[in-house]
Design a protein around this ligand. Structure first.
Ligand SMILES: [Zn+2]
Ligand SMILES: [Zn+2]
Length: 415
């Protein structure tokens, strides 16, 4: 593994050594937008650059880490800021020889000052203090991943992800009047997240590759003054392996797709009804269960029939003769739609406008209870003839004489 030289974090971010934390963060965000792997898919140089700026930001944006870095030219969790300050004040004696031993006091070789941090028991293989104490998000890598998540709303690019269930979807479906009554097939196109077929939802491109940063060793070497440190590889977190992200879904395991959907409408389905199609919502990520798909039915209207639940309402005009004498008249029902006969309705003598007559079980078949059917409600509307000829007028005057009752009598009596 190639030893990495002391890193110029300030130069990496393009800021002055006197830059404020705000200026550092701003500079980082600007660069991150440019070099983010999502913006530069497959570009190793950009990826490298992104990692560098992430690391620089991780150290410089935190006051304590920055103090250590300013003093020693590198950063380690094992050096505390107080020691760095003490060293900066020059409160320690001259450097004692090589000071390279793994135990006891060691020098970090800067200006001939001995730095008081104890290397005894310090496992140089990783800053986290050995494999037992290794964390999911190591130094450097942690910053990388945290930034990843907060800036771009997803932990892709090697960050570990658990299975997450898919979300539910809801679509409003326009279904015409007759299809709701008789049932039928309705088609629509939905947009849903589905499991990526290329990687089967794992987000990985098939297998695990050797980490290109540490070449499988899990460590990289960093120079700290005259000292060499083996630190945990920030790219693979010390594992020595990285997962290849699936090129189709960029590691997310799911893809947004338009999908034609055909589903059967049950006869008698009502306007406003919510139909649940289990497991047809958005696919879960990394093996999580899919959400459900809800279809909200928006029923169409008809110029003659009005549907109220399972009942059908229709207004039927009758002549004054039919209304006065009673009659058997043909009325349309929803069954006539199929070219079947009309239904005969018996209009009682003396029927008035607005009066409702019920045709039992001529309504909509229930979608809930097999064999049940709503009624048809016929509202009578008496039509007055436009009398033109003298003979008709004569007959009506005669009729009025024979029936002298005042229809407004009760109106005045009720005041
Ligand atoms: Zn590595
Ligand atoms: Zn995929």
């Amino acid at each position: 593994m190639a030893p990495t030289q002391n890193k110029d974090y300030y130069g990496t971010l393009g800021v002055k050594k006197t830059a404020t934390t705000d200026e550092i963060r701003k500079a980082f965000r600007k660069l991150a937008r440019k070099y983010h792997p999502d913006v530069n898919p497959g570009d190793r140089k950009a990826e490298e650059k992104f990692k560098e700026i992430s690391e620089a930001n991780d150290v410089l944006s935190e006051e304590k880490k920055r103090k250590v870095y300013d003093q020693f030219g590198f950063y380690s969790d094992n050096i505390d800021a107080a020691a760095a300050e003490a060293a900066a004040r020059g409160g320690y004696g001259p450097m004692s020889g090589s000071g390279r031993s793994g135990a006891g006091r060691a020098a970090a070789g800067r200006g001939g000052q001995e730095v008081p941090f104890d290397f005894s028991g310090f496992d140089f293989s990783g800053f986290q203090g050995g494999p037992g104490a290794r964390q999911e998000t190591p130094t450097g890598g942690g910053g990388f991943r945290d930034i990843f998540g907060s800036m771009f709303g997803g932990g892709r690019g090697g960050a570990k992800q658990g299975a997450e269930p898919g979300t539910d979807l809801e679509y409003t479906v326009q279904v015409d009047f007759w299809t709701l009554i008789r049932g039928g097939v309705t088609k629509l196109e939905i947009q849903r997240r589905e499991t990526c077929k290329t990687c089967g939802g794992s987000g990985a491109r098939g297998g695990i590759a050797e980490c290109p940063e540490c070449h499988g060793t899990g460590e990289v070497t960093q120079m700290g003054g005259r000292m060499k440190f083996n630190i945990q590889c920030p790219r693979c977190g010390g594992a020595g392996k990285v997962q290849n992200a699936c090129p189709a879904c960029e590691g997310s395991g799911v893809l947004q797709r338009k999908e034609p959907l055909e589903f059967r409408i049950k006869a008698g389905t009502r306007d406003g009804q919510r139909i649940r199609l289990a497991g047809r919502g958005n696919a879960g990520s990394h093996g999580g269960a899919a959400g459900d798909l809800y279809l909200v039915i928006k029923g169409g209207t008809n110029p003659v029939f009005t549907r109220k639940g399972d009942d059908i309402h229709v207004t039927v005009p009758v002549t004054i003769a039919e209304a006065a004498l009673g009659a058997k008249i043909d009325v349309p029902t929803i069954d006539t739609h199929e070219g079947g006969g009309r239904t005969l309705l018996k209009v009682p003598p003396g029927v008035q406008t607005g009066q409702r007559l019920r045709l039992r079980e001529k309504g909509v078949p229930s979608a809930v209870t097999e064999g049940l059917r709503g009624d048809q409600i016929v509202e009578v509307k008496v039509m007055v003839p436009k009398v033109q000829d003298e003979r008709s007028k004569e007959i009506l005057r005669e009729l009025a004489k024979l029936n002298p009752e005042d229809p407004r009598e009760s109106l005045f009596a009720g005041i």
